[in-house]
Ligand binder design. Structure first.
Ligand code: HEM
Length: 319
């Protein structure tokens, strides 16, 4: 009962936030963008995502990460979905995107939507809605996804320099996220996305060989065993409860169990530790901050009108 009350209050707060954003014209997006043109779009995405996650629950992490990697490079314009061509190496072939997955889920939703309302719903909106539905599936908070993003036409490997590498410290993360208008609190709340999913040994093995003193010795032992038995592409869970969206990620940071430097630094640094402690103690508070930070993330550099279009096939440009 208490939980229901808390989530109801959270929803009201998130709707108030949206109202505030839209009334100031800060967002060109709206909640009922497809109401007339494709009223079932959101429902189709939800059904497709749920069906995919019933088959493979480890897809929740990749679907959330797709949206993050889309928005941080060229804005939320589905540039991450574009395939490389002879003259162009696209974002998706960058080392930073090596384990990105879930493209087929987006394709499936897009195909069903295209059959119903051709040329109307952007790939970028499908990516944004899928991320939210993956979070909800894993037990995280529901938040409304504003719609109306247009798809972009540029996807270049060199632009993925805008994605944070796993060895960044708090100061570097604060600065990179700050460039997109995120506060320190947003950064910590969003990093909680690592409550689901995995990372490859390549992303944290330097911590093992450098005997990183901020890493719990048990984690060093487990990770060394796992990585020594495999190769750079062997994966480890980012969080012990890696298929459920909960605040155990933050409690793990307090005990030195952050797998990536960029995770553990949030607890080691005075600028960010306070938020880690709050979220470790209070999941509802984290959920609320995560919802509003996702709302912000989903509106990074969105394209309007002729700045973009609706790709018919998410993998390639229309012409
Ligand atoms: C704060 C800066 C961040 C850094 C440095 C970072 C870095 C990484 C790295 C290195 C991986 C593993 C990739 C690999 O080993 O190839 C990863 C996975 C992941 N990241 Fe982040 N990330 C950050 C922020 C975020 C944010 C903001 C979100 C979403 C809100 C997110 C969601 C995820 C998810 C869900 C996975 C697991 C993907 C899977 O299971 O395939 N990350 N991240």
């Amino acid at each position: 009962m208490l939980n229901k009350m808390t989530s109801f209050k959270q929803m009201v707060l998130v709707f108030m936030l949206i109202e505030l954003y839209t009334s100031y014209g800060a967002l060109a997006l709206s909640m009922d963008y497809y109401r007339m043109s494709c009223p079932f779009a959101e429902m189709i995405v939800r059904m497709t995502v749920n069906q995919a996650l019933r088959r493979d629950q480890t897809l929740a992490g990749p679907l959330l990460r797709l949206h993050f990697h889309d928005c941080f490079v060229q804005g939320c314009d589905a540039s991450v979905l574009i395939d490389s061509t002879e003259g162009n190496i696209a974002e998706k072939d960058s080392p930073a995107n090596i384990i990105l997955r879930g493209y087929e889920v987006i394709d499936q939703a897009k195909q069903i939507i295209e059959n119903r309302c051709p040329g109307v719903v952007s790939c970028a909106d499908i990516v944004a809605i899928s991320a939210r539905d993956a979070v909800v599936w894993a037990g995280g908070p529901f938040y409304p996804v504003l719609q109306g993003r247009r798809d972009g036409s540029r996807s270049k490997i060199e632009d993925t320099i805008n994605l944070p590498p796993p060895n960044f410290n708090s100061t570097a993360l604060i600065s990179m996220f700050g460039r997109h208008g995120f506060t320190i609190q947003d950064l910590v709340a969003l990093s909680g996305g690592h409550t689901i999913g995995v990372a490859r040994c390549a992303s944290f093995k330097d911590r093992l060989s450098n005997s990183d003193s901020t890493m719990n010795t048990n984690l060093v032992r487990m990770a060394s065993m796992q990585c020594n038995a495999g190769d750079d592409n062997t994966t480890m869970n980012l969080d012990m409860t890696s298929t459920s969206f909960d605040n155990s990620y933050f409690r793990a940071l307090q005990r030195g169990y952050g797998l990536l430097t960029s995770d553990e630094t949030l607890f080691m640094d005075d600028q960010t530790r306070g938020f880690v402690d709050i979220y470790a103690m209070n999941q509802a508070r984290w959920f609320y901050d995560f919802q509003s930070a996702m709302l912000k993330m989903g509106s990074i550099d969105v394209k309007e009108g002729d700045d973009g279009n609706v790709r018919l096939n998410c993998h390639r440009l229309n012409y």
